[in-house]
Design a protein around this ligand. Structure first.
Ligand code: GLC
Length: 618
């Protein structure tokens, strides 16, 4: 069968479902549907041979992204290496970090003064000129593929920048262009929306609508005023945006991050988040990729409460996103550090670990965004933790306002009315490295940082490091002097990569060298044990201490047991894996009790006599 015949086969296999979903959402608009299908075919013919070959390879190994040897990193091209060519030159460094999955932060054309870090796209087919060209991006992808590195790129789909040609035409009065957005003549409807729609950026961008002086209209802007929400009830928007998505996939992207996907369908009288139509759209985008570029995965950015997240996986026979951010585990981890109480994390992980194996999470400690305290407050209430004072405690702890806290972070979108501030900062600064002065304090901060990474690397899914964390980079306060950035504290953890400090990574005495080598050791161990595969059976267990988390993972005959002490004080815990090997020292751990230093952890492996049926290919 030729590539084309194979694509036609995938299309006919998916055709009925696609047509059904499309026609239901778009009121039997068959002309729009036919255009959609021809657009898919066109994108396939434009897909180059090497990418089609990769698709085939992945179709034969559909579980490739469950591998325990995958390690991700996310970075800003400009902060890390100036340009795309610069990133290409720095690939040896990324390989030294063990990275084989690289998430490039938004790099498409944007207007600097109103860019939201690249999340306000003015052209989905042009790279921001300072960073390079589309050819540079394709070349980077080719070189990455040769080296076994996959690339992920953001697809900012909820809105365009007001500088996008559609927005410019809409502003100038073109009715077709206006129908791509939400335009209003007066405040009646916007005011009604405001009654039920919460705010994303209550302080930095209050309100969900923006008045356009020059044309006397009001436009929907859930994020910043210059980010105009697209109207996906218009099939033209869906067709053209899917075309843009496939265009980026055809430039050699392996994973497409669907930015702010829960927001893409609006309906008066609702909170305009996670509406059922969003799932229809996600499913159709999944089918579009399956038909055109079946090796490409969708990563959903669903920063929502836990019960809203998992539905974005879809079902095994009707998948939506193959990968989602493990946002609840991320923020619960930081809660655990501030409270030294693992009970909520244990409960949360129990829920995550019991999800079906095809649910792949991206695990992370920090990313380019703030930490929002989306915790299970009803459950925390039994310990007397009320939402507003608890958030205040967490923010006080991590900004160093709490007496004795070594942490240094900054508040984000503090909304005094709701007591709902979020938090920014790098892992190292949040772990206390910024304030550490004595050798003991430095050791404690590094130990804490390493323990958190060890825990993150023990979760099920794809671990993604935030660039700079591997060398314990601290907060960068220079954004305060930059007029375009000073109101957005997320820039405190979006500083320039410190190549000067990165050089110390080979010096075992330096802070950078200590953390870098510690993380490399963990990542290398992880890559060589199948118990760390994303689809291994995993569970949490009660260690008998509220400060210590216990995780067990099992694949084939390999049984992993991990302990993570979230307290700064040493703890003894019951060891159910008596005689297992310490993965770091290679020595057996004897005895029914083990001692963990403050912020200590233990990774052990033993033979699972029961087995799970899979062969252990070690
Ligand atoms: C996503 C991004 C965030 C951005 C927002 C608006 O949430 O992660 O950085 O501000 O979308 O596009």
């Amino acid at each position: 069968m030729t590539d084309l015949e194979k694509m036609e086969q995938r299309l006919s296999e998916s055709y009925d479902e696609l047509k059904w979903l499309y026609c239901e959402l778009y009121h039997n608009d068959l002309a729009a549907f036919d255009y959609f299908v021809s657009m898919l075919r066109r994108n396939f013919t434009e897909r180059k041979a090497s990418l089609r070959a990769l698709d085939e390879q992945r179709l034969h190994d559909p579980d490739w992204y469950y591998s325990n040897s995958l390690l991700g990193m996310m970075l800003y091209v400009d902060c890390f290496a100036g340009t795309l060519k610069g990133v290409q030159n720095k690939l040896p460094y990324l390989q030294e970090c063990g990275v084989n999955y690289l998430h490039l932060m938004p790099l498409l054309k944007t207007v600097k003064e109103r860019s939201d870090g690249g999340y306000a796209v003015a052209d989905f087919r042009t790279v921001q000129p300072e960073l390079g060209t589309m050819e540079d991006l394709e070349e980077l992808s080719d070189v990455c593929h040769e080296k076994g590195i996959s690339l992920c790129l953001d697809f900012v789909m909820n809105h365009t920048s007001e500088d996008h040609p559609w927005a410019k035409a809409a502003r100038a009065g073109d009715p077709l262009a206006r129908s791509r957005y939400f335009f209003f003549d007066n405040w009646d409807l916007p005011n009604r929306y405001e009654q039920t729609v919460p705010q994303v950026f209550p302080t930095t961008a209050p309100g969900n609508f923006t008045y356009l002086d020059d044309c006397g209209k009001i436009v929907m802007t859930f994020f910043y005023p210059y980010q105009w929400d697209l109207n996906y009830a218009n099939p033209m928007v869906f067709n053209d945006m899917t075309d843009n998505l496939l265009y980026l996939a055809n430039r050699g992207m392996d994973v497409i991050r669907l930015d702010a996907i829960p927001y893409i369908w609006k309906q008066l009288g609702t909170d305009c988040r996670n509406l059922p139509q969003v799932h229809t759209l996600a499913r159709m985008m999944n089918l579009a990729c399956y038909i055109v570029c079946p090796g490409v995965l969708l990563l959903g950015e669903v920063v929502m409460e836990p019960q809203k997240v998992a539905p974005y996986f879809g079902t095994p026979d009707k998948p939506e996103c193959q990968m989602l951010y493990n946002v609840t585990t991320m923020c619960t981890t930081w809660h655990t550090l501030a409270t030294r109480d693992v009970r909520l994390l244990r409960r949360q992980l129990e829920q995550v670990f019991s999800l079906p194996g095809h649910h792949l999470f991206q695990n992370y400690l920090r990313c380019h965004d703030d930490i929002g305290w989306g915790l299970d407050y009803p459950w925390l209430l039994q310990f007397g933790n009320h939402e507003v004072p608890h958030k205040k405690y967490l923010n006080d702890w991590f900004t160093g306002a709490w007496p004795g806290s070594p942490s240094r972070g900054e508040l984000y979108n503090d909304d005094p009315r709701l007591g709902d501030a979020r938090l920014c900062g790098t892992t190292a600064s949040l772990c206390g490295l910024e304030t550490a002065e004595s050798p003991e304090e430095i050791t404690q901060a590094l130990q804490c940082d390493e323990m958190l990474h060890a825990m993150m690397l023990s979760l099920s899914g794809l671990p993604v490091l935030y660039s700079g964390d591997e060398i314990a980079q601290l907060n960068d306060y220079s954004y305060r002097n930059d007029a375009e950035k000073c109101s957005d504290s997320r820039y405190v953890h979006r500083g320039r990569f410190r190549w000067d400090l990165a050089e110390n990574r080979v010096d075992p005495q330096s802070v950078q060298g200590r953390l870098f080598s510690a993380l490399r050791r963990l990542e290398t161990i992880r890559a060589s044990h199948l118990a760390f595969r994303a689809d291994a059976a995993a569970e949490v267990f009660d260690t008998g201490r509220d400060q210590v988390l216990g995780i067990r993972r099992c694949f084939g005959h390999e049984l992993f047991t991990g302990f993570f002490n979230f307290s700064e004080f040493p703890k003894d815990v019951y060891n159910p894996a008596n005689g297992a090997y310490d993965l770091l020292t290679g020595e057996p751990v004897q005895g029914e009790s083990v001692s963990l230093p403050g912020y200590g952890f233990l990774w052990m492996i033993s033979n699972n006599l029961k087995g799970t049926g899979e062969s252990n290919a070690q």
